[in-house]
Design a binder for this molecule. Structure first.
Ligand code: DAH
Length: 336
């Protein structure tokens, strides 16, 4: 029996192992009940007594040595597996973190809040009315006669006969005056709807209505309040002008322009070479409107105005297409 030859066979077998699965197979072929070492142990019976003792001891030592090699190798491969797993799930905590994208208020919301802030500082309070409005509040009570062009189906979204999506915030004036006695000093911000769509019109847009009613309220009060507003909103050097106009619910009526903030009045594409930008409609509340809500036009007077929020935002941020506000394109919105 050649123990050293057997040992070199065992060593060769073990050294050809390269992973844990092979290790198990090789272990069985060497140490198993039908393995090479058991085969040799079986052969000991055929030897004489002295040799039996000698080879018995030799084979036992070889078996123990082999056992130990397998234990060591098993530990080695298990360690390797563990390291591999750790490498796969390793996180570099020294890497710079990702900066989360922080949401912002929509430019229309920002503008509406800024307009509201200025009027609150001038002693106005905020009133609200419904988006779905009756024909009465949207038209009738505002002295808009039945055949007025503003009632045309092309402009107004009718929900059913007598019910519309409000085409302006002016109906809030009526609701407020119906529910309280003078003095009144309110603004009413909100969405309005018109069947219209191009670079300067969207089917839904926003207005801020204003109404001030008391004894002796004059056109010069309107001018004073709006001058302060324009200076706060667009800068202290921004001029404004009143242009005679017509609204059924005011008399006299005026539209208000501000000096073009792009060209400072010299004339450019944005102001269509006029040097002026229109921002709102206004006037002195029509006596007929006062009568409808039960106020005495001999006792009180008032002014009202209605401002386009998108218009103000476009001027403020230099935007030339109103539809940009409603595409919800994050590249556009994140600039404000
Ligand atoms: N409601 C008008 C519109 O949408 C704007 C307006 C004009 C409102 C004059 C007023 C006002 O309160 O007095 O075109």
């Amino acid at each position: 029996m050649d123990i050293s030859a057997l040992k070199s066979i065992i060593e060769k077998e073990i050294s050809s192992v390269s992973n844990i699965e092979q290790l198990e197979k090789t272990k069985i072929s060497l140490l198993g009940r039908k393995g090479i070492i058991s085969e040799h142990i079986d052969k000991i019976k055929t030897l004489d007594k002295e040799e039996r003792k000698f080879f018995g001891r030799e084979l036992n030592q070889l078996k123990e040595w082999t056992d130990k090699r397998f234990i060591e190798l098993k530990r080695f491969y298990e360690d390797e597996e563990k390291k591999k797993r750790e490498r796969a799930t390793w996180i570099d905590i020294t890497m710079p973190g990702k900066v989360p994208i922080v949401g912002k208020k929509h430019p229309i919301t920002q503008t509406m809040e800024e307009i509201t802030r200025i009027f609150l500082s001038l002693g106005f309070s905020v009133a609200k009315g419904p988006d779905i409005e009756s024909d009465y509040y949207n038209f009738e009570a505002l002295n808009i006669p039945n055949d007025h062009p503003a009632r045309d189906m092309q402009d107004t979204f009718y929900i059913k006969k007598g019910v519309v999506l409000r085409t302006h915030t002016s109906p809030v004036q009526i609701r407020v005056m119906e529910s309280q006695l003078p003095p009144v000093k309110i603004i009413a911000p909100g969405a309005v709807y018109r069947c219209d769509s191009d670079v300067s019109h969207t089917p839904m847009f926003h207005q801020v209505e204003g109404l001030m009613v008391d004894r002796h309220v004059r056109f010069s009060d309107l001018k004073g309040i709006l001058s302060i507003f324009v200076q706060e909103m667009f800068g202290s050097n921004t001029p404004l002008r009143f242009r005679p106009s017509y609204f059924p619910f005011t008399e006299p009526s005026a539209e208000v322009d501000i000096g073009c903030v792009i060209c400072s009045g010299k004339g450019c594409r944005v102001c269509k070479d006029t040097g002026w930008l229109e921002i709102l409609g206004s006037g002195m509340v029509h006596p007929q409107v006062f009568r409808i809500v039960g106020y005495d036009p001999e006792e009180v007077s008032g002014f009202a105005f209605g401002m386009g929020v998108e218009r103000v935002a476009m001027i403020r941020f230099g935007i030339d297409d109103i539809r940009q506000f409603f595409y919800n394109d994050i590249r556009f919105l994140s600039q404000f």
